[in-house]
Design a protein around this ligand. Structure first.
Ligand code: F6R
Length: 589
């Protein structure tokens, strides 16, 4: 949800801010803008649309400090006017988050004669800081945030002061420490190559960046120190590696994601085992794709450890007064570790005495910092808005966690089966031909994904992925439920894709296949069972994947459903990396 960045003491602030915004664009791409301070004057440039639209506007601009923003619209349509920065009285701000009480604040300001230029919640912050300004920008920001309810990462500059001031509550802010150059941003990768050291602000913190250094203050504006750590993002490649899209690049990294997550798990096995001691209740939660990975995790925990598991989306769970106590372990699954609902469930669980196990790809996230134990998903940066390699990383992490919970050895048969999967995914990625099925999906008015048991969980993800990047409506459905209602929707314009990986259930799913065929629907099957191909390939398209362990099949079928979604988006000329209306990191409710 919105990405923000600031820099001071740099040679060419417009270039630094532009490059940083490009890296942050996955957080929102409805509009982009920046403000630079040079010789006591602020210059603001902003535009509706992608960050690249700023490039011509930045030509010839010179400054050594500035702030920038890339927006995911929450209040007000995507437009030039609603783009950040917002300015008032020689002060400009950028904001990530939601000011929940902006309406009464705005009404108050209007009564005082303030004219608003945008429909955003954020503009009130610029006006409030201007009203509170008395020669000290940090104090004005401090006074202002006391009036705000909601979530914010705020950066402000003022024509009368050569500093950037920052406030943080619930939305992330990382400070970057370079040599005479200082930065603030929403995430670590935005600072790749700029700062080799970073500090993460805590909720309630303020910061001040000047050309001489960085100072951090607590919620009472008292100086405070925060841990300084190396910026690992400098070592990680954020390029496309010759792929036309990040989605394809990241899909090709699925095998690496499984291997790296497996390797990283060894270092936390003992801690996890200790944290799960005497646990009698397990809850797994997450949102979107992370929730779908959680559903697969539930099967692992129940089958391997025979402990009943509840699995619920975080947005639902947090408002249900869930039953949690000291014997409960809550697995909070989140690629970004910043998803508001998932983080709030973690906080709630801790407040009820439960243990929180974060399954996350982000080592600096709020979830990481809250958790009792972190099970690392070592997928590396995922830039494409839709999740690919992080999904398989999450499944891997949950699989290994279930082995630990079951008291089994990490050198045992289950772990050995896992070692076989990355090469299988690699060969699948090389040989999979989804072009024809992608054309079928692209010409359909709806696409249903169906499966039973663990395949149903993958069907949910297949459907989400296709909807998300192609905008074709559809659903993930249990094959057995088809005849209880959804069959009514089947006609010649609708495609049904069945996932079949369990030989024991294959016959049952084939019944559902026949039911769709006999209603004139288009059908394709993705299977790891070669007998299914033998039985069905004379009637419909069957994509045969390598045979593999039943529990690990989601890692292989994931490659197929993700590839299908990608190819369909390409056929329809959609941008798979930046689907409309979405952002990668959902830090608001
Ligand atoms: C879909 C997708 C989203 C995320 C969801 C949770 O492709 O990426 O559904 O899975 O927004 O995000 P994290 O995992 O960061 O909590």
């Amino acid at each position: 949800m919105c990405g923000i960045i600031g820099c001071i003491g740099v040679k060419n602030a417009p270039e630094v801010i532009y490059e940083g915004l490009k890296r942050l664009e996955y957080r929102g791409y409805d509009s982009a803008g920046c403000a630079f301070l040079s010789h006591g004057k602020i210059t603001v440039v902003k535009r509706e649309g992608r960050v690249e639209k700023l490039l011509p506007l930045l030509k010839g601009l010179k400054a050594d400090m500035g702030i920038g923003h890339t927006r995911w619209a929450t209040h007000g349509l995507p437009s030039d006017e609603n783009a950040h920065p917002h300015s008032a009285g020689g002060i400009s701000i950028v904001h990530n988050g939601i000011i929940e009480n902006y309406l009464p604040l705005k009404e108050d300001l209007i009564l005082k004669g303030v004219k608003f230029l945008s429909d955003t919640d954020s503009e009130v912050v610029a006006h409030l800081i201007a009203q509170n300004y008395d020669g000290d920008l940090l104090k004005a920001l401090f006074k202002t945030v006391k009036l705000l309810k909601g979530s914010y990462a705020l950066m402000a500059i003022c024509e009368d002061e050569e500093r950037i001031v920052v406030a943080k509550n619930k939305s992330p802010v990382i400070l970057g420490l370079g040599d005479g150059q200082y930065f603030c941003a929403s995430d670590e990768p935005a600072l790749a190559g700029l700062a080799d050291k970073i500090s993460v602000l805590e909720d309630g913190d303020f910061a001040e960046l000047t050309a001489h250094g960085v100072k951090i203050f607590d919620e009472s504006l008292q100086p405070v120190s925060r841990e300084v750590s190396p910026n690992l993002a400098v070592c990680q490649s954020l390029g496309l590696d010759g792929c036309p899209h990040y989605m394809l690049k990241e899909l090709r990294e699925v095998p690496m994601s499984i291997e790296a997550t497996h390797k990283a798990f060894n270092s936390i096995e003992a801690k996890l085992s200790k944290a799960l001691k005497d646990v009698t209740r397990i809850i797994i939660t997450g949102c979107g794709t992370a929730y779908h990975a959680s559903l697969i995790g539930k099967r692992y925990f129940e089958c391997f450890a025979r402990i009943p598991v509840e699995c619920e989306t975080a947005g639902e769970l947090r408002y249900k007064n869930p039953v949690m106590d000291a014997n409960t372990a809550v697995f909070a699954v989140s690629q970004s570790g910043e998803t508001a609902d998932t983080v709030e469930v973690a906080r709630l669980a801790l407040s009820m005495g439960a243990r929180v196990i974060a399954v996350t790809n982000s080592r600096l996230s709020q979830l990481t910092r809250l958790a009792t134990v972190v099970v690392p998903v070592a997928s590396g940066p995922e830039i494409c808005v839709c999740a690919t390699k992080s999904y398989t990383g999450q499944i891997t992490a949950l699989y290994l966690s279930a082995i630990v919970l079951a008291g089994e050895s990490l050198d045992g048969d289950r772990a050995k089966e896992l070692l076989k999967i990355p090469p299988v995914c690699r060969s699948t990625l090389e040989s999979l031909d989804m072009r024809s099925l992608a054309h079928v999906c692209a010409s359909s008015t709806g696409v249903y994904f169906m499966g039973r048991d663990i395949d149903y969980a993958v069907a949910l993800e297949g459907s989400l992925k296709l909807k998300e990047i192609t905008y074709i409506p559809g659903e993930g459905y249990p094959s057995a439920e088809l005849k209880h209602g959804t069959l009514a929707l089947i006609d010649v314009n609708v495609a049904s894709i069945f996932i079949i990986t369990d030989p024991a259930l294959a016959g049952k799913s084939e019944n559902a296949v026949e039911q769709v065929l006999s209603r004139g629907g288009k059908v394709a099957v993705i299977t790891t069972v070669k007998e299914v191909k033998e039985r069905l390939s004379n009637k419909l398209q069957v994509i045969l994947l390598p045979e593999c362990d039943k529990y690990l099949s989601p890692l292989v079928t994931a490659v197929a459903i993700q590839t299908l979604a990608y190819k369909t988006a390409v056929v329809l000329k959609r941008d798979p990396d930046k689907p409309r209306n979405l952002a990668k990191s959902v830090t608001v409710e």
